[in-house]
Design a protein around this ligand. Structure first.
Ligand SMILES: Nc1nc2c(ncn2[C@@H]2O[C@H](COP(=O)(O)OP(=O)(O)OP(=O)(O)O)[C@@H](O)[C@H]2O)c(=O)[nH]1
Ligand SMILES: [Mg+2]
Ligand SMILES: [Zn+2]
Ligand SMILES: [Zn+2]
Length: 399
């Protein structure tokens, strides 16, 4: 049977034999900028509403590989050099070079304006690369130059080298906005299988702007992203909940810095609407693993019991600590009944087939007024590990 590939940019499905490839040989006739003959990529430009520019000659692969397996490289029809750069035929997004051989699972990270998505993505990737990677024997690799550049320039350098907080994310409507380009991280599970046959998945991350989540019309790409996801990390910002702000005892600078900009119930309402439109519902429940993560929990310590599990890490050593996940889940359900509404979690349970509540802190503290912060994350990996467990990719330690 022909293999179907889903593009990670436009999310259209196509058979593997329709893959295009890009020739990056500078001596190829299609790439000769000096002669003025360099090919302009109009397909790429049209999809991104950019003026066309030369990006390298693109061509149709001309069929699958041996034994029905799809080829992950193809010979250029102009210069005969082998290209290892597969493109989506519809939008010319450069796909991971081994897209035909790797399981693709999209885990989407979403939330309203200012809920902490960008800092969460930074802290999650950093934690996957360090502690989680080591504990679970997962190797994390960045796929493509675009991901590497964005990770370094957009997250790592500011947050972890210069110790400065990240800026608000530009809306997808801003010209030249990078929001629409996914970052792709390859997770390889080192323990399973033989050397040749290790299990790997691609984690596809779009760092969307919260304001796009609230706007109806530019949801297109975001809608497709969410509806292709097998797991969602849905960030909820407790500092944007009126009942929490009214409690007293919270740090004044933190409250001033984190104003109410999005209503969690409204955004969850949109999410449910989106899935019902896609008719993905099974018995009226959305068949997807949803981790509701309360962000910025460091700021809530004055409101929490001293023996709350949220004061310490989840202790996941090579296995998901399921007991801890359930403890946090039930602690947060009680708090949310008080903070949002008594029926909030019941509604969620009735709408999503599989969901849990988590508490995360990407930074460990509120940045100072000059934006400086030495990040010290807590529990950022919990929601992600739970989703991997639900997908059967890691084991759990039961109580
Ligand atoms: N105290 C505390 N503040 C945080 C934490 N994470 C993020 N913040 C603050 O929350 C604000 C919003 O964080 P972002 O990561 O930019 O939020 P976002 O969801 O990406 O926002 P948009 O891009 O505007 O949609 C920033 O002012 C951060 O300093 C945290 O773990 N603790
Ligand atoms: Mg952001
Ligand atoms: Zn595409
Ligand atoms: Zn060529």
């Amino acid at each position: 049977m022909a293999q179907t590939i889903t593009c990670l940019f436009c999310f259209q499905d196509f058979p593997a034999q329709n893959l295009h490839f890009r020739c990056k040989n500078p001596n190829c006739r299609g790439n000769q900028a000096t002669s003025g003959a360099a090919e302009l990529d109009t397909t790429f430009a049209e999809y991104r509403k950019l003026p066309p520019s030369p990006m390298g000659h693109s061509f149709l692969s001309g069929g699958g590989g041996l034994f029905g397996r799809s080829a992950s490289s193809a010979k250029c029809n102009l210069c005969s050099q082998e290209s290892y750069y597969p493109l989506c035929p519809k939008c010319h997004f450069e796909l991971p070079h081994d897209i035909t051989q790797i399981e693709q699972h999209i885990i989407a990270i979403i939330g309203g304006r200012g809920t902490g998505k960008s800092h969460y993505i930074a802290a999650l990737v950093n934690s996957l690369q360090r502690e989680v990677g080591a504990n679970f024997k997962i190797a994390v690799q960045m796929i493509g130059d675009e991901t590497r550049k964005r990770w370094k320039d957009g997250y790592y350098t500011s947050l972890y080298e210069q110790n400065r907080e990240l800026n608000q994310t530009d809306s997808a409507t801003v010209a030249g906005s990078k929001v629409k380009e996914p970052m792709i991280f390859r997770l390889t599970f080192m323990e399973e299988g033989s050397k040749k046959n290790k299990r790997a998945i691609n984690l596809v991350c779009f760092d969307t702007a919260g304001e796009d989540m609230a706007a109806g019309d530019i949801m297109d790409q975001q809608t497709l992203y969410i509806s292709h996801a097998v797991g969602l990390v849905f960030l909820l910002d407790p500092l944007q909940m009126r009942a929490v702000r009214a409690k007293g005892g919270l740090d004044q600078w933190t409250l001033q810095k984190n104003q109410i900009t999005s209503d969690p119930e409204e955004i969850i309402g949109r999410l449910c609407e989106l899935f019902s439109k896609k008719k993905q519902l099974v018995k009226d429940q959305v068949p997807i693993h949803v981790a509701f993560a309360l962000s910025k929990i460091d700021a809530l310590y004055p409101l929490m019991e001293p023996d709350s599990a949220l004061h310490h890490s989840g202790h996941h050593f090579g296995e998901l600590n399921l007991g801890d996940v359930l403890t946090v889940d039930s602690e947060l359900k009680d708090l949310l009944a008080d903070w949002i509404s008594p029926g909030f979690c019941t509604t969620i349970t009735s709408r999503f087939a599989s969901s849990r509540y988590f508490g995360v802190s990407a930074l460990g503290a509120t940045p100072a007024p000059d934006g400086s912060i030495k990040p010290n994350s807590l529990r950022v990996e919990d929601p992600f590990l739970w989703i991997l467990y639900q997908l059967g990719m890691i084991k759990a330690k039961k109580r």
